[in-house]
Design a protein. Structure first.
Length: 336
């Protein structure tokens, strides 16, 4: 998980000194639970990091790294029993990094990480102290909603305080996906997605990356954006491209696998593995089909018979028009 100004990663024992340097701050301690020691020593840091490293995988505690140093912590605590679909979010960052937008982006990335790595989660929440306006603004900017105020629910520094209950539902997180159009500088991204579009059965040795250079595969992106009928949209979630769908018409030899004729654009769609089964592909399909049928009578595609996407294509109305031992060629006709 990378950003221009920070990175989320798992903890290392070598982070102890930097962790102590940032956590040993009364302004931070005043906004966190008393479980955080104060003063905070390097030995406290080593104990915390050892605990984090020994927890089951996938990791639930991450460090926020800025300029190569661990400057903060963020993580989730998963609940059990009937609340096993819920997790609590906690975080802090060193005072030198306040007001730089790092914490908001770190929260967004941690939420994405949690929903992707723990599919059973339906909700992530946080309960900042009522007086901690900065933390509440972080959550608001990250897309959390305040469900309510837990009155006199905690005590800090001898004062009884309210907790503000902020939450993000998985359905809300997914709704943040938006589409954008292709730009010429996106061509390397198109190559990545073309490789992702090739069906590779679980457990088998991954195909070499240069398979996309095979002429019948490369047809799908060769000189893309320069030919009539080329159209592409990408799906983005929190600023990261997670999938794409495009169509093109190519009469180059050898013909692409899904080629029908010189008037039928061929569809290619791909979603990066960690973002599959979230409805992103369906959203891309709807958008691309709507755009295609403004101009064309039909669109085609080729799909491996073993690919679970065959079912989705049939649900959209694609019909099998020809097949070989391994693949189907499917066509969707515009309704009159």
């Amino acid at each position: 998980m990378n950003s221009k100004i920070f990175k989320l990663r798992e903890w290392r024992l070598s982070d102890a000194a930097s962790l102590a340097e940032n956590a040993n701050n009364i302004h931070i301690w005043n906004n966190l639970r008393d479980a955080l020691p104060h003063p905070y020593t390097e030995e406290d840091g080593r104990q915390f990091i050892t605990m984090a490293m020994n927890m089951p995988k996938p990791a639930t505690l991450m460090t926020i790294e800025v300029d190569g140093k661990a400057v903060g912590s963020i993580g989730i605590t998963r609940h059990t029993d009937v609340e096993r679909i819920t997790a609590e979010l906690g975080y802090f960052i060193g005072e030198n990094c306040w007001n730089r937008g790092v914490m908001t982006e770190a929260v967004r990335e941690m939420v994405s990480y949690a929903f992707l790595h723990f599919p059973e989660l339906k909700k992530i929440y946080a309960t900042p102290f009522g007086f901690n306006i900065a933390s509440q603004r972080v959550l608001q900017k990250a897309g959390f909603e305040c469900e309510g105020i837990l009155k006199q629910a905690a005590i800090k520094n001898g004062k009884v305080i309210d907790l503000h209950y902020y939450s993000m539902l998985k359905s809300q997180w997914i709704s943040n996906v938006h589409h954008r159009f292709f730009r010429q500088e996106d061509f390397p991204l198109l190559e990545d997605l073309l490789y992702e579009a090739i069906f590779q059965p679980e457990g088998e040795e991954p195909l070499p990356r240069d398979i996309i250079k095979k002429p019948e595969i490369d047809n799908a992106i060769r000189d893309f954006g320069k030919k009539q009928g080329d159209f592409c949209i990408f799906a983005e979630l929190n600023g990261k491209t997670v999938g794409g769908a495009w169509m093109c018409i190519s009469d180059d030899e050898p013909k692409s696998y899904g080629h029908i004729d010189s008037e039928t654009p061929e569809l290619v769609i791909a979603v990066f593995k960690e973002y599959r089964n979230l409805g992103i592909g369906r959203g891309l399909m709807h958008h691309l089909i709507d755009s295609a049928f403004k101009k064309y009578k039909q669109i085609s595609l080729s799909v491996d018979k073993r690919n679970y996407a065959v079912k989705m294509y049939k649900e959209f109305g694609f019909e099998i028009v020809k097949e070989n031992e391994q693949d189907y060629v499917m066509v969707l006709k515009r309704k009159r």
